[in-house]
Ligand binder design. Structure first.
Ligand SMILES: C[S@@+](CC[C@H](N)C(=O)[O-])C[C@H]1O[C@@H](n2cnc3c(N)ncnc32)[C@H](O)[C@@H]1O
Length: 413
């Protein structure tokens, strides 16, 4: 049985090492002493993004929805967090994702993806490929499994990250580069496996707050040289989703309409095959649990986690957990079948993690220790094992991909 996470003690998803607590339902401003100061160049960069966001606010009547603010903060061309040159991933960046820990995650995922390709043929499309580490390790393992697809497509918004992905592939897996193609948008149609690790949590979310007078939507404005929160009556889409949940006054959280739209668009072009999505999150009942009354929004800056998205704009990551019920519903609405839903730990073990560990040479103590370290990070319930989930949604895939039989949690969605 899953225990609901209390929002005061849930682990920071992206393996950041420090977090500032939330206070009394208010978003706590990070303690400035807890966050390393940005460099002069970083401050200048952030100031440029401030100006752009202020212009957008001015042309929208003085304020923009939080989703629009998050979109600009993360993806404004040349200035947003993911669009500019910051390192982001790994020890030298702001947070660590599963593919950055080593190749074990990709090797397991290759087995699951291979079990789909075996049934459907076709290609792999990875959306939001980060540093390119997953693409390089996945292609290497798919070759070892004799399941190498003709094409590995990467859908990536950030030009800066596309360059980094190409560089990683050149360095780690150059012989596969000719199979890799970068896309600006989803293809017209697609057969095979579409996968994404930590894409959905990086898509802009709306924020809302329940009050005695109804559901309010959060906006962002500029006042006295700072970004500040504003509240307005929530739009119809938010009202329709939140009112039936009967959340108490004071409750604040997020809705990720963009993640749902992304799944619907991907489903529309998927002629045969499956979507395989890995991210941190919960089924809806846990996502909007009474005890999670301040939502799930988190920011990451140089391995510190805190919950103020209005600071360090353009320099820090902003992320929210995923409502996996909404993802399953979006897939079903678009005609996909829910093939599997489970924790990352159960998925990786079901995809052969233990066999991979057993096959490592115990005489090579250093390699064995390194593998054990990855297993612990990826599967421990206190690290990524339980908070992270894997969902598979498919069309014309007769058998569920491997990885989901150990602990089928579809009934919880
Ligand atoms: C949190 S990072 C995860 C990166 C990588 N998958 C990993 O696990 O390390 C999110 C990635 O999604 C990309 N991204 C965000 N929105 C996107 C979209 N609509 N289409 C494609 N990529 C997107 C970002 O540029 C970034 O590469």
């Amino acid at each position: 049985m899953d225990r609901p996470h209390h929002n005061t003690d849930y682990p920071s998803p992206r393996q950041a090492s420090m977090k500032s607590p939330r206070r009394n339902g208010q978003t706590a401003a990070p303690d400035p002493r807890a966050l390393p100061p940005p460099t002069v160049e970083e401050q200048a960069h952030s100031a440029n993004l401030h100006r752009l966001i202020q212009e957008r606010m001015a042309s929208s009547g003085g304020e923009i929805s939080f989703a629009r603010f998050m979109e600009l903060a993360l993806y404004a061309p040349g200035l947003g967090y993911y669009a500019a040159g910051k390192h982001k991933f790994g020890a030298a960046g702001d947070f660590v994702t599963a593919p950055e820990l080593g190749s074990l995650f990709a090797r397991c995922l290759a087995r699951a993806a291979g079990s789909i390709l075996e049934q459907t043929g076709g290609d792999i499309l990875e959306a939001g490929a980060g540093s390119g580490a997953l693409a390089a390790d996945l292609l290497t393992e798919l070759e070892a499994l004799d399941r190498l697809p003709e094409r590995y497509l990467i859908l990536e918004l950030s030009n800066e990250l596309r360059d980094r992905q190409a560089e990683t592939l050149r360095r780690k897996a150059p012989k596969f580069l000719k199979r890799v193609h970068w896309l600006d948008a989803l293809p017209g149609d697609f057969r095979g496996v579409m996968l994404a690790n930590e894409l959905l949590d990086a898509l802009p979310v709306e924020r809302f707050k329940v009050t005695d007078s109804g559901v309010r939507q959060l906006y962002v404005a500029w006042e006295n040289d700072h970004f500040v929160w504003r509240e307005k009556p929530a739009d119809d889409g938010i009202q329709a989703r939140i009112e039936p949940l009967a959340l108490p006054p004071g409750y604040a959280s997020e809705i990720n309409f963009m993640a749902e739209a992304w799944v619907r668009s991907a489903a529309d072009v998927l002629k045969q095959g499956a979507l395989l999505l890995i991210d941190y999150g919960f089924p809806r009942a846990e996502f909007y649990h009474p005890q999670r009354s301040e939502g799930t929004l988190m920011c990451h800056y140089r391995h510190r986690a805190h919950d103020d998205p209005l600071t360090l704009v353009g320099l820090q990551d902003i992320t929210a957990h995923v409502d996996f019920t909404a993802i399953a519903e979006a897939g079903r609405d678009a005609g996909l079948v829910l093939l599997g839903y489970t924790s990352q730990a159960a998925f990786l073990i079901g995809s052969g993690l233990e066999q991979l560990l057993a096959a490592s040479d115990p005489e090579d103590a250093r390699a064995h220790l390194e593998l054990t370290r990855q297993v612990k990070k990826l599967t421990s319930p206190h690290e990524m094992g339980e908070l992270y989930k894997v969902i598979a949604l498919g069309r014309d895939v007769p058998q569920a991909p491997i990885g989901f039989s150990l602990h089928d949690r579809r009934g919880r969605l």
